[in-house]
Design a binder for this molecule. Structure first.
Ligand SMILES: [Zn+2]
Length: 298
């Protein structure tokens, strides 16, 4: 493990950006997690991958950054704690700027690789089935599909991350993938393992590690295939499904209750057959907030 960058803290320990590197030469892959400090599944997944690579070094080079926002992680926070700034909003960074801008620049420089992956979780209030968001076509889509994660979500240019670390990688001419699994604040070991298998399949696709298990993709969709259910009114959402469930048209996704008294205010049903890819985990909901998404398979 090497320290690639350091920020002096006001007291005690300094912030350090850690990198674990395996192998040498090309091709090269860089994998980042914990850019948002409270998104824990990616941290665990990348550490699982590190364990495997320690036993069997790759052909080519793999750089792992399991936890970028260490201070945020220690405090259960997504952002950099001192000034509450989002490191992912600081790209391409600035070596003369505030801490988040300096970290962003150091990370962008340290992830010089052919293929780059940024692993996130959903927001703390929603749970996401492990998924990769990719362009509508091209080499990045091929790499995304090779991960074999449960969902491949193809998005047009204006819906792809044009900013953030993934956007900065693309502008630097690197192939970049945006991966999401589970929810913030929560470690889900099942989702972490799924993410780790996806990262392994990506390396296997690049012929860097031996072949691994079969694809787990159950939905390969565009926005037109994804049905988003938003709350028609404020209330308390009680889900009746979990992410990964296969549902038919009309399947009950959840109920809306009155938060005080518990009267049933309404129910939410799938409009089409598909896989549940997102479920609201925090029940208090305002009107128009996301309750669930179904990735159509029918
Ligand atoms: Zn994130």
């Amino acid at each position: 493990m090497s320290v690639v960058f350091r920020v002096e803290a006001p007291y005690r320990g300094h912030y350090e950006l850690h990198r674990l590197s395996f192998g040498s030469g090309s091709p090269s892959v860089a994998i980042v997690a914990g850019l948002h400090g409270n998104e824990l599944n990616g941290i665990h997944a990348v550490n699982m991958l590190a364990s495997a690579l320690r036993v069997q070094p790759p052909r080519g080079t793999v750089h792992l950054f399991p936890l970028v926002n260490t201070y945020g992680a220690s405090e259960g926070r997504k952002r950099w704690p001192f000034d509450d700034l989002d490191i992912n909003h600081a790209f391409p960074g600035d070596p003369e700027g505030p801490a988040v801008a300096r970290i962003a620049r150091a990370l962008l420089d340290a992830t010089e690789a052919d293929v780059c992956v940024d692993v996130h979780s959903g927001a703390p209030h929603v749970r996401e089935l492990p998924q990769v968001r990719a362009p509508m076509s091209g080499a990045e889509l091929e790499l995304a599909r090779a991960m074999g994660l449960p969902v491949v979500w193809r998005r047009p240019g204006d819906r792809l991350a044009a900013t953030g670390l993934v956007g900065a990688w693309r502008q630097a001419g690197r192939k970049a993938l945006h991966v999401i699994g589970g929810r913030g604040i929560t470690l889900d070991t099942g989702h972490s393992a799924t993410l780790a298998r996806g990262l392994n399949r990506l390396l296997a696709h690049l012929d860097m590690v031996p072949p691994v298990g079969a694809s787990e993709t159950v939905a390969d969709v565009t926005r037109a295939d994804v049905e988003s259910h938003r709350s028609p009114f404020g209330g308390f959402f009680v889900p009746e499904v979990r992410v990964g469930d296969a549902v038919a048209a009309g399947h009950l996704l959840g109920h809306l209750h009155a938060p005080i008294g518990g009267e049933r205010l309404g129910e939410v049903r799938a409009g089409r057959a598909g896989i549940v890819m997102t479920v609201r985990a925090y029940p208090m909901v305002h009107a128009q907030e996301l309750l669930a998404r179904v990735a159509g398979t029918g």
